[in-house]
Design a binder for this molecule. Sequence first.
Ligand code: DAH
Length: 345
Amino acid sequence: MSVEIFDKVKSVLTEIEAAQPQTAEEVEQFRIRYLGSKNMIKPLFGEIRHIPNEQKKEFGQLVNSLKQAAELKFQELKSAAESAADQVEGTLIDLTAPAEPIALGARHPVSITLNRIIDIFTKIGFNIAEDREIEDDWHNFTAMNTPEDHPARDMQDTFYLKDSTQMLLRTHTSSVQARWMTKHKPPIRIIAPGRVYRNETISARSHCQFHQVEGLYVDENVSFADMKQTLLYFAQEMYGAETKIRLRPSFFPFTEPSAEMDVSCFICNAEGCSVCKYTGWVEILGCGMVDPEVLKNCGIDPDKYTGFAIGMGIERQAMMLYQINDIRLLFENDVRFLNQFKSAW
Ligand code: DAH
């Protein structure tokens, strides 16, 4: 009897080791047969009653080894099935399928225009100086030689911070001239791009926020001729090699003498069109020699140094370059408008 039962257990062991279930269903049958709640190994443990005492230990170990063999086999089958599933999944990747489309954005026309201006000036050695939009009265007005009674200081033009007569949203990037000159000694050669604010009624031609680029060059012996040459270079890089410039006398509190610069209309080749209002010229910027008072206010010796400053609006130039007839389009973030600049740089 005990020989028979030993043989039986051994044959089950061989059976387990030889088993080669293929499908998930066969693996499950294997599990039920050897490891399920009514598995066929359990009753073999019961047989231990009939085994002579001196063989009980050996028999117990043999039956236990059945259970371990079944568990080991089942783990192997399971992990083999999992890696097979991974491989199947792997082969399902269709390498010829077109890639998911990536929705690319477009640069904003103001950024495109600004980047061009920055490129043009950095090529001739200007550095970029950025500063704060919330400014104090001194940097925005006083340092820039703008007297107390100047209309630009009027509450109607300037956004002052709540309950303040000192803190405001800068009305021009000229405030960065004062910020820079109080901290740096000449030679100074910077451009300061950024957003500015004015309390104006919003219309097709004006907005309460827009962007400017300020230029400032201060050193010994900087002359009006240096400014003119720099402006001609800028105009021709920006609007084409044939572009002409003209300077008209003007007034700004922070420059003396002051001028406004027009460029020959690049839309109609100065022949007359709606962009240049049939004059052949388009106004681009304000400029002038830095007023000695401004240098003095910022701690720079006006007897030793001179400089020129320029200030230009970016939206106006973007509107001309892209023939946009309403400034509000630049602030509405309508993707139907913005998508049209996809091919621009
Ligand atoms: N700050 C002036 C404005 O906002 C523009 C300007 C004019 C800046 C002449 C300058 C300049 O630096 O020299 O209207």
